[in-house]
Design a protein around this ligand. Structure first.
Ligand code: SF4
Length: 645
């Protein structure tokens, strides 16, 4: 049955709202397929505003992978700002996709990619606006709501709102889910929704929360999480795409119509990270390292540029300078695009002089917008605890090299509120920043050098060695950041060349609640949403009072509290809400690493040293995959040819 576009109803409302362009669709490389000629219809959502959601790589990859199939289509939907939401409710328009402006409720599946837990209230807004019951158990013919992204590694706080979650890489899983839905529909929907979910639970990496019961101890901790029907696995293991060269997506990146957070094309050069930074969930859950070859990276850059017209390419990964052939990639691309208007960039890099050379290479054609380093911990002791070993001397030497090479602006990222941290650890950031400016002025031979210190509050995350840690309360974080600002400005001559950026610690407490929460937190999320909570990742919309009030109202009957979920340290034997979700990491290894953190013991990167048994490679039946491959980036001069195409 053809599904009509809601655009004729929507269009008259658009002049009445902010940034109407974000709801219009039709971007270069977007696609609207014939509804009736395909069997399976996916709506893909990034639960934030268009400007944040459009560049998201995960959504773009799945969008393309699904749309390449003849029997399926995918359209995108983003969170709707409150101004349009109010008008849509008034005019009876449901959540729609920006591609075909089709009602989300008409699709078979709604896939939602969560990069952060602060998008949970936006999920509820979208479901409600779409006319989909919030509780999965109350849905009948409505779309299956499936979560993915890093937050899906502990989807328990939103378990009641989800039909399923996909753990790990989505490319292959999304195709298998599509097959299951297609076959079930073709067979006439035998057994209804529950049978469909049972079939999905048999797909590797798919977790169906309703098939698991959670039992609690009298003291409110979890006793066990166990399947409640036969054939459902006790633990759901994540998906891992092993050959990134076989999945060179997105091939045709979307070009945003409205301003977005990244005005560039991104090419992912590898997945996974073995550095072992203990705070980093992304590094832990995406192991093992899998590199894309230099030739595939080169092809993706060339094809992507030809199909988008972007002028900047970001070489993405968790630690891009760690690609075993990054020198070859950087030089090859810089040579190829020399004299054109294409610039290349690496996101945050490790602190060493090699990275400055790389950045110089990559910026041959472009602006030197700023170099970013992330020492993360203020003191050397702190950096040993988090396993990010950088000495103050190395940092100052590297930034001085950058200033001497002509860079004027360096950004430094730190965290506050890390386990075992004291005021003194944070105050050392001031000494570092002063040292960077002092040495930088000398190296550059002039005073026009600046550094920006950006500080975020630390949130302990599932599947990391810090998953047992007590989160620092927001009052302590705010106090330390105030002391730090005073210490930086205490030396006025140096301090005026240092910018300090930080947000207050309260949103991090809410992020902590949502990150390590269990199913009982779902009631809080719902209460916050009913109380008007939307766009919690935006400081102008976030209300700590609202979250605090919802926790005070909803958690005491369970014998828990906001503090219980956040500032409480967990014991080794406590069952964690995500223990039945398998990221490949061995729990004993994580605990041992937590103990080593407490004693300030570092671990090496297993790419270059013997395996230290984190468990991932045996679980995945694989090994870390790195070069050198010996391949080169050829041909070197295809730019004119592409331009003439
Ligand atoms: S199993 Fe060993 S080699 Fe593989 S990621 Fe873990 S520590 Fe590294």
């Amino acid at each position: 049955m053809t599904v009509e576009s809601v655009f004729p109803l929507l269009e008259p409302l658009l002049p009445l709202v902010g940034k109407p362009i974000q709801y219009v669709g039709g971007e270069l490389n977007s696609s609207v397929k014939d509804w009736d000629s395909v069997a399976v219809h996916w709506a893909l959502m990034y639960p934030d505003a268009y400007e944040v959601g459009l560049p998201n790589q995960g959504v773009q990859i799945l969008y393309e992978v699904i749309n390449e199939r003849a029997d399926a289509l995918a359209e995108r939907t983003y969170s709707i700002w409150p101004d349009l939401e109010a008008l849509m409710r008034e005019h009876g328009i449901g959540q729609f996709t920006v591609d075909g402006h089709r009602p989300v409720a008409a699709f078979d599946l709604l896939g939602v990619s969560f990069a952060t837990e602060l998008g949970y209230t936006n999920l509820l807004s979208a479901l409600d606006l779409a006319g989909i019951p919030l509780l999965a158990a109350q849905r009948r013919a409505e779309p299956l709501v499936i979560a993915g992204g890093h937050a899906a590694f502990n989807p328990e706080p939103i378990a009641d709102f989800l039909d399923a979650a996909v753990l790990g890489d989505g490319e292959q899983a999304v195709l298998e889910i599509t097959d299951v839905v297609r076959d079930w529909k073709a067979a006439g929907g035998p057994g209804g929704r529950v049978e469909l979910l049972a079939r999905l639970a048999a797909v590797a990496g798919v977790y169906v929360p309703r098939f698991y019961d959670v039992e609690y101890l009298p003291d409110a901790r979890i006793l066990r999480v166990a399947p409640n029907r036969p054939g459902v696995p006790y633990r759901v293991a994540k998906r891992t795409v092993m050959d990134l060269d076989a999945w060179p997506y997105p091939k045709a990146p979307l070009v945003p119509l409205a301003e977005s957070v990244h005005e560039r094309m991104s090419v992912e050069i590898f997945r996974g990270c073995t550095r072992g930074c203990r705070f980093c969930q992304a590094g832990m859950i995406t192991r093992p390292v899998r590199e894309r070859s230099v030739t595939t990276v080169g092809e993706m850059v060339a094809n992507g540029l030809a199909r988008t017209g972007f002028e900047e390419v970001g070489l993405l990964s968790l630690s891009s300078a760690d690609h075993s052939e990054i020198g070859e990639i950087a030089k090859g691309l810089a040579d190829r695009y020399e004299g054109t208007n294409t610039s290349l960039s690496l996101p945050s890099t490790r602190v060493d002089a090699f990275n400055v050379t790389l950045a110089n290479e990559l910026s041959r054609n472009g602006r030197r917008s700023g170099l970013t380093f992330a020492p993360e911990g203020g003191s050397e002791r702190m950096r040993r605890v988090i396993n990010k070993m950088v000495s103050a001397e190395d940092l100052i030497r590297t930034t001085s090299t950058a200033y001497a090479a002509g860079w004027r602006q360096v950004k430094l990222y730190f965290m506050c509120g890390l386990p075992t941290e004291t005021d003194e650890d944070v105050l050392e950031i001031a000494d570092l920043a002063h040292g960077v400016i002092r040495a930088g002025r000398e190296a550059a031979g002039h005073r026009d050098v600046r550094c920006t210190v950006s500080i975020g509050a630390f949130v302990p995350k599932p599947h990391t060695p810090f998953q047992w840690a007590a989160q620092c309360d927001w009052q302590t974080v705010d106090k330390r950041l105030k002391l730090l600002r005073e210490a930086i400005n205490a030396d006025r001559k140096l301090g005026r060349s240092v910018g300090v950026r930080y947000h207050d610690g309260r949103p991090s407490i809410v992020e902590g609640l949502l990150s390590r929460g269990d199913r009982r937190v779902g009631a809080v999320i719902r209460r916050v949403w009913e109380d008007g909570g939307r766009f919690d990742g935006w400081s102008e919309h976030f209300s700590y009072t609202r979250w605090e009030a919802a926790c005070a109202a909803m958690l005491p009957p369970f014998g828990v509290s906001l503090d219980w979920y956040t500032t409480r340290e967990r014991a080794e034997n406590e069952v964690l809400p995500w223990d039945h979700l398998d990221s490949g990491l061995d729990r004993e290894w994580l605990w041992q690493d937590w103990q080593e953190a407490l004693s300030g013991t570092e671990v090496e990167d297993c790419r270059w040293t013997p395996c230290f048994d984190c468990g991932v490679c045996p679980t995945m039946g694989t090994d870390i995959q790195i070069g050198p491959t010996g391949r080169t980036l050829l041909p070197l001069t295809p730019v004119e040819r592409l331009a003439n195409h």
